[in-house]
Design a protein around this ligand. Structure first.
Ligand code: BDR
Ligand code: CA
Length: 305
């Protein structure tokens, strides 16, 4: 039976590709998409989720908009990575529908209750909606959370922190301390699997062309900022880990979020060597079979053609 998932995202180039991967994965049953402010404003991330679904004719997938800012930090958008629209590159038409009238947090709670918790929540943006879900609907707990965020020992917004966790560290702290089965797909893993020209050349059809256009914009940032000839499709790794659990190697470790210092704001401290004897609360991604992941992504994206 397919695994029921809910995608909580902030599209975002890699969120958009993660969404396409989820739609193209027969192992997954995508119950809905919720959006959060992150890579761009809530208005734009919500429009982008709908634009991507429209593009592949999936108006049947419900979209609910959530938090328009972090719990307590000032809003911050990553236009320097994802552009002014949040999805710069392809010329996607404006959204053909409005999001649901229901708030994302209530939508998530309803879907989780309906399934008596038998849902995997896949957050690929700041964790604001997820923290609000835990606070406002304590009875609606997903059985598993597989999130993209964090890193053992690197950062992409500061030397200490990854973007999603840095944006809303207080929300992340609540999620990691929730007692739910959490898996963290961080930069340690996503930076090892770069989607480059070889993979782009294999993409087929209209969706393949659209993804190539996304990657032209997104890849220019990675070339300039990191000198890489390819882009990490961070958020798609989280989705792939749910459908194909053997692609990413994980270790169960204690993880805490730095919400105290400004210098290390949003750092995911991982008790990798168990020196601190923190209670293990998270499956931490430590390695990936990059070729297998990238091959799967190409194959699934081509299934739209
Ligand atoms: C994460 O931050 C965003 O820019 C991406 O969409 C991804 O979720 C990577 O740090
Ligand atoms: Ca994202």
């Amino acid at each position: 039976m397919a695994t029921a998932i809910l995608l909580d995202c902030d599209p975002g180039h890699d969120d958009a590709i993660a969404l396409l991967l989820a739609l193209a994965s027969p192992e997954l049953d995508l119950l809905g998409v919720t959006t959060v402010a992150g890579n761009q404003t809530l208005e734009k991330t919500t429009a982008n989720a709908i634009r991507v679904l429209d593009f592949v004719g999936r108006g049947d997938i419900p979209v609910a908009a959530g938090a328009d800012r972090p719990l307590i930090r000032e809003p911050f958008v990553a236009a320097y990575v994802h552009g002014e629209t949040g999805l710069d590159g392809p010329d996607l038409p404006p959204p053909q529908r409005a999001p649901l009238a229901q708030h994302a947090v209530d939508f998530l709670a309803d879907r989780i209750r309906e399934r008596k918790g038998a849902v995997t929540l896949v957050p690929t943006g700041p964790l604001t909606n997820v923290a609000l879900l835990l606070a406002l609907h304590p009875d609606a707990r997903p059985e598993r959370i597989v999130l993209m965020g964090g890193a053992i020992a690197e950062g992409n917004v500061t030397p200490a922190a990854e973007f999603n966790i840095w944006c809303d560290p207080e929300a992340a702290a609540r999620v990691f301390a929730s007692g739910i089965d959490v898996t963290m797909i961080g930069l340690d893993v996503t930076h090892k699997a770069l989607f480059g020209d070889r993979h782009k050349a294999q993409l087929e059809g209209e969706v393949g062309e659209m993804v190539r256009e996304l990657l032209a914009f997104y890849g220019a940032f990675h070339k300039e900022a990191y000198g890489w000839d390819g882009s990490p499709i961070h958020d798609a790794v989280a989705v792939a880990h749910v459908s194909h659990p053997n692609l990413v190697e994980t270790l169960k470790r204690g993880v805490k979020i730095d919400t105290e210092s400004e210098l290390s704001r949003g750092r995911t401290l991982v008790d990798l060597w168990r020196r601190a004897r923190w209670e293990p609360n998270c499956h931490v991604g430590v390695d990936i079979d990059a070729d297998a992941f990238l091959g799967l992504l190409v194959q699934r994206l081509n299934s739209f053609a």
